[in-house]
Design a protein around this ligand. Structure first.
Ligand code: SOE
Length: 387
C-alpha cells in the first residue's frame, strides 16, 4: 500500500484519448517514483454500461458510472478528466469546476471561443487546478527545442513553419457523426483540422515562439456531403478538411501552417521548423526522439544540420526512462503530462497549458476560421503569457 497522497481520478469518455490518459495514470508511479502524489483510477464514465465496464476492467478503474453528473457528484473523486467529444467539454468542465473538482480536459478546450470563455471563468472563480492535454509539448525533443530557443541560441527568430498532415478521410464513404466519426461532424467537433490538428501546432508554436498576432487563412471542404451516423441521412459537411494559414508573431517573425486529412500517405505527420539569426531547429513526429539543430556558430568546415537523439538522462524527461540511446514513444507525452500535473500539485504551481493558455490557442483557431470565411486578415487578440 503506497503512503503517497492520492489524486483520485474520474474519467469521462472511453475512446482513443481515454486510453492514452489512462495509460498515463497507470505508468506514472513506475517511472516517476519521486512524486508525492499518485493517481488512483477511481471511476470511469460512459453511457454504455457494458462498454464502460469492459474499459474499467482493461485499464484498472475501481468503478463505473453511466451519467457524468453522478461522477462529478462523487466525494471520492478529486479530478475530472474530460475525454468526450468537444461538444461536451464546456458543460462537464463548468459543472466539475462548480463542484470544486480539478479538471484535466482534452484539447481543444471547446468548439468555439464563446464556449471556452465561461470554462475559463468557472475554473478561475472556483480556483480549481486545471490543465489541457496539448501533449506534444511534453515529448523530450520538443521540450529540448523550447530550452534551446529560451537560451537564445537561435537569436532573433524569423520563421516558424508547421504542418500536421493526415489522410484518413479521403474516402467519401467515411461517415460523419457518432462514435469514431464525431471529428467530422461540425456540431460535435466545432471545426475540422483547425481545432483538431492545427490547435496542436498553434499551442506548440506559441509556447516556443510567443503570441500569434494576426492570421490570413484558407480552408477547404473537399467532400461536401457524408452519411451522418446519428441522423441516418446524408448531410452537408460543416468542417474544414484542410486549412492553410500564415501569420505574424508578436516577436516579428512570420508563421506558415498547413493541416489536412487529405495528404495521401501521411498518417500523423506533425512537423515544425524554426529559423533564427544564429541557428535553426526542426522536428518530426514520425521520428519523435530526434531534434535537428543547425548552429551557424559552428566551425565552417564542419557546419551542418546535426541530428540529436534525445535520450540522455540530462535531456528533458529522459532521466526517468531507460538508458541513453533507447527511445520512447507517443504515449510518453501523456505520461509526462500526468507527471507534470502531479508535480504542479506538489509545488502549488500551474500546470501549463491551463484553461487560460488554451483559451489563447482557441482565439487563434477562431481567427483562422473567421479569416477563411471572410477572405481577410484577422487580428487574434492573443495575449500570450502563460499564467
Ligand atoms: C485525430 O486523428 C487525432 O487523433 C487528434 O484528435 C489528436 O489530437 C492528434 O494528436 C492525433 O490525431
Amino acid at each position: 500500500m503506497s503512503n503517497k497522497k492520492q489524486l483520485r481520478i474520474g474519467l469521462v469518455g472511453t475512446g482513443f484519448m481515454g486510453r492514452t490518459h489512462s495509460n498515463g495514470y497507470n505508468r506514472v508511479p513506475n517511472f516517476f517514483p519521486d512524486l508525492e502524489y499518485t493517481p488512483v483510477l477511481k471511476a470511469v464514465c460512459s453511457r454504455n454500461k457494458e462498454k464502460v465496464q469492459a474499459f474499467a476492467d482493461q485499464w484498472g478503474y475501481e468503478s463505473i458510472e453511466t451519467d457524468w453528473k453522478k461522477l462529478i457528484a462523487r466525494e471520492d473523486i478529486d479530478a475530472v478528466d474530460i475525454c468526450t467529444p468537444n461538444d461536451m467539454h464546456a458543460e462537464i468542465a463548468i459543472a466539475a469546476a462548480n463542484a470544486g473538482k480539478m479538471i484535466l480536459c482534452e484539447k481543444p478546450l471547446a468548439r468555439t471561443l464563446a464556449e471556452a470563455k465561461p470554462m475559463v471563468d468557472a475554473v478561475e472563480k472556483a480556483k480549481v487546478k486545471n490543465t489541457v492535454w496539448y501533449n506534444y509539448r511534453r515529448l523530450p525533443a520538443v521540450t529540448l527545442a523550447k530550452q534551446i530557443i529560451d537560451s537564445g541560441k537561435l537569436g532573433k527568430i524569423f520563421h516558424y513553419r508547421a504542418n500536421f498532415l493526415q489522410d484518413w478521410t479521403i474516402s467519401a464513404d467515411v461517415p460523419q457523426g457518432g462514435t469514431a466519426a464525431w471529428r467530422l461532424d461540425a456540431e460535435a467537433a466545432g471545426s475540422g483540422v483547425t481545432g483538431d490538428l492545427l490547435a496542436h501546432c498553434i499551442d506548440t508554436a506559441m509556447w516556443l515562439n510567443g503570441g500569434i498576432k494576426d492570421v490570413s487563412a484558407v480552408t477547404e471542404t473537399f467532400i461536401k456531403e457524408r452519411f451522418h451516423q446519428l441522423t441516418g441521412k446524408v448531410e452537408k459537411v460543416g468542417i474544414d478538411d484542410a486549412c492553410i494559414f500564415h501569420c505574424h508573431f508578436e516577436n516579428g517573425s512570420l508563421g506558415l501552417f498547413e493541416s489536412t486529412r487529405y495528404a495521401r500517405g501521411h498518417k500523423a505527420l506533425y512537423t515544425f521548423e524554426i529559423n533564427g539569426e544564429k541557428g535553426s531547429l526542426r522536428w518530426d513526429l514520425h521520428d519523435l526522439n530526434r531534434l535537428e539543430y543547425f548552429d551557424h556558430g559552428d566551425d565552417g568546415t564542419v557546419r551542418g544540420w546535426r541530428s540529436i537523439l534525445v535520450t540522455d538522462g540530462d535531456q528533458p524527461y529522459m532521466g526517468n526512462w531507460w538508458v541513453p540511446g533507447l527511445i520512447i514513444g507517443y504515449e510518453h507525452s501523456f505520461i509526462h503530462q500526468v507527471a507534470d500535473f502531479l508535480k504542479s500539485l506538489q509545488e502549488g504551481t500551474e500546470c501549463h497549458p491551463n484553461f487560460r493558455d488554451a483559451y489563447e490557442t482557441q482565439k487563434v483557431c477562431e481567427a483562422v476560421i473567421a479569416s477563411a470565411k471572410s477572405r481577410s486578415w484577422q487580428d487574434t487578440g492573443v495575449e500570450w503569457i502563460e499564467k
